[in-house]
Design a protein around this ligand. Structure first.
Ligand code: SF4
Length: 362
């Protein structure tokens, strides 16, 4: 519980009325032109909402346009090959989102005759869709009176309520949803929800909110008490683990060997070079040969260093040593989801983030 926060005043009808009015006026002047805002097609809004989870607007813009060009309707997405969906998603991360969306498109075609459902429970029942996404899709496309709560509005609403609890806690979530429902207007709900997200994204930013230009500054208890740096309460610091891995480029007759990441692995469904964890950077050639044989059934003669990539995935800080294997002999184990690909195929197949970096080096 945060000390020094004030009692809430959003229970007053006039406070909420002022919030709606000021927010609408501000949004009319500051609304960004974004490709998914050009239509109220629930399919387009759904795709944009899924892409925007954990990803910046600027990054999503290009991905969204490419995705829509290739899959303009839910039917197009439903009949697509998963590999193609993942290839178009490559670089956005959190690939489970793409696989779930692909699955949901098939459910829409099988169970809803290819028409995106407009009933809240039916939307919520689709794979990969939670309360927030269902509310966003239906309020924006159908103007249904449904609240939303995503990263930007969690921060904004926490400040507008001077939320004393951690916004991820049950008490915090309950209060934020209650607030999100209480402030909803009776008309133009989709526009109102988008205005909240826009204000959170452009003005009520995480580190230095621009309170001086905020249309809600007179209504905001957090600003009035100078608690912007303390609300919302910060999550506990992540403890990072150092991990060492090796990626081996196995090349034979101008083809490269790739392995498909398994469902329980990072980047499940995407392809990668032969990759495995090791104790430390100082791994011997004999150890590399053993690991390659275990994963592929191939013998490697020698190794040449390519590069070292350092990257982070969730709580892991990974040091990836990349090597090129020479003197390859033997036959690959077909059941291990291995595939020889040409340089052209390498550009088309969905690869892990580091797999793509290595392929560019080649
Ligand atoms: S006044 Fe500041 S803290 Fe309050 S909502 Fe506006 S930007 Fe956020």
């Amino acid at each position: 519980m945060l000390e020094g926060s004030t009692p809430l005043d959003w229970h007053s009808a006039s406070w909420r009325q002022q919030l709606r009015r000021r927010l609408r006026t501000w949004y009319a002047d500051h609304r960004r032109s974004l490709p998914w805002r050009e239509s109220t097609d629930p399919y387009r809004i759904w795709v944009s909402e899924i892409m925007l989870q954990q990803t910046q607007v600027q990054t999503v813009r290009a991905y969204f346009l490419r995705f829509m060009q290739r899959f303009p309707t839910v039917q197009d997405l439903a009949v697509a090959d998963e590999q193609e969906v993942l290839r178009l998603w490559e670089g956005l991360g959190y690939y489970r989102r793409a696989r779930q969306m692909h699955l949901a498109a098939r459910v829409i075609v099988d169970q809803h005759e290819g028409v995106f459902p407009t009933d809240f429970d039916a939307v919520l029942a689709l794979p990969g869709i939670g309360r927030y996404t269902a509310g966003a899709i239906l309020s924006i496309s159908q103007d249904q009176r449904l609240p939303i709560l995503e990263a930007n509005t969690i921060r904004l609403n926490a400040r507008l309520t001077a939320l004393p609890d951690d916004p991820r806690s049950k008490a915090g979530q309950d209060l934020l949803w209650e607030f999100a429902e209480a402030i909803l207007p009776t008309k133009r709900v989709g526009e109102f929800n988008q205005a909240l997200m826009e204000l959170g994204s452009l003005v009520c930013t995480p580190k230095t909110p621009r309170c001086l230009v905020c249309p809600l500054k007179d209504l905001c208890p957090t600003c009035q008490q100078g608690l912007q740096g303390r609300i919302p309460l910060a999550p506990q610091k992540t403890v990072y683990h150092d991990v060492h891995e090796v990626a081996v480029v196995v090349q034979r007759n101008s083809k490269f060997l790739l392995r498909r990441c398994q469902p329980n692995e990072r980047w499940a469904g995407l392809w990668d070079f032969i990759r495995f964890p090791v104790e430390s950077d100082a791994v011997s050639d004999i150890e590399l040969q053993k690991q390659i044989f275990a994963l592929t059934n191939l013998d490697a003669g020698s190794f040449q260093a390519l590069t070292t990539i350092r990257h982070g995935v969730t709580k892991y800080r990974i040091t990836l040593r990349c090597v090129l294997a020479a003197g390859i002999s033997g036959r690959i184990n077909r059941s291990a989801e291995l595939q020889w690909v040409t340089r052209t195929q390498l550009a088309q197949i969905p690869l892990s983030v580091t797999g793509r970096k290595i392929s560019k080096l080649l």
